[in-house]
Ligand binder design. Structure first.
Ligand SMILES: C[S@@+](CC[C@H](N)C(=O)[O-])C[C@H]1O[C@@H](n2cnc3c(N)ncnc32)[C@H](O)[C@@H]1O
Length: 248
């Protein structure tokens, strides 16, 4: 299914002003933590969606902020919310694969963007991010854990990708359809264009990042599961997402 269509037709389901979907608990808080002190730092947010992360980083004091997303409906939802909040966020609709920055940033975030791009497209975006960052600038991104679709075969709440009959190495760039649930019980359609761990590491190196990224493998911890057993416990200790942080 076409990604732009998926997000254009679900923008109002994605718009949220408080943590709601599974990854608002299992991933985004760790992305914000990895960003550290953002006070006054300029941010490029690629695949920004309806602006959930942008609003949070602005609340934490981020400076100039540009959010870019493929889906015009997601950007429209972001702009409508921005008209109320007046955080000073610039949201633009654009395919990130064709995007060329006209300024440099202190920080670039990409929260669940690369699972929509093929390896060759991701590598082009990595190279763009390297150009878009000031010297010493940081690039932080989260992706589905590459093992997750292969470890969890149940197509059930609160999160899955369907990789039936697919192979970890042979099916790079294959698109797995999936769903991630909101705490209220509503599923959101998500997609995962499969990549191996090696694809991320060699892509970053090929794009000119010359240090090793810091990585975190994210899961449902026992502490999180204890807050709502019914919702979180099916994924206790499963490899859900990976967070990468690398400096230019
Ligand atoms: C799972 S959503 C995450 C949105 C946001 N980062 C967040 O954390 O709430 C993925 C977003 O990536 C966007 N996206 C997918 N492919 C893209 C592309 N080629 N260029 C720009 N955005 C893209 C989708 O439109 C969608 O809004």
């Amino acid at each position: 299914m076409d990604t732009q269509q998926v997000y254009d037709s679900n923008a109002e389901k994605w718009l949220r002003l408080a943590p709601s979907s599974l990854s608002d608990f299992t991933a985004r808080p760790l992305v914000f933590e990895a960003c550290g002190n953002v006070a006054g730092r300029s941010v490029l947010d690629i695949g920004c969606g309806e602006g959930y992360c942008a609003r949070e980083l602005k609340r934490r004091g981020a400076g100039d902020y540009l959010g870019v997303d493929l889906s015009e409906q997601m950007i429209q939802a972001a702009q409508l919310q921005e008209a109320q909040d007046q955080f000073g966020i610039d949201f633009r609709a654009c395919n990130i694969v064709d995007f060329e920055p006209t300024q440099q940033f202190d920080l670039c975030i990409a929260v669940f963007l690369f699972n929509y791009l093929r390896v060759e497209e991701m590598n082009r975006v990595f190279a763009m991010v390297n150009r878009a960052l000031k010297p010493g600038g940081e690039f932080i991104f989260s992706v589905p854990h590459p093992f997750f679709p292969f470890v969890r075969s149940a197509q059930a709440a609160p999160f899955y990708f369907s990789a039936k009959g697919k192979n970890y190495f042979a099916d790079v760039d294959a698109q797995f359809e999936g769903e991630i649930w909101k705490r209220g019980g509503e599923p959101l359609h998500v997609q995962c264009v499969h990549k191996t761990l090696t694809d991320y590491f060699s892509g970053l190196r090929g794009a000119g990042f010359s240090t090793l990224p810091e990585i975190q493998e994210l899961t449902v911890t026992p502490e999180l599961a204890a807050t709502d057993e019914a919702f979180f416990a099916p994924l206790l200790n499963e490899p859900l997402h990976m967070l990468f942080k690398i400096a230019k």
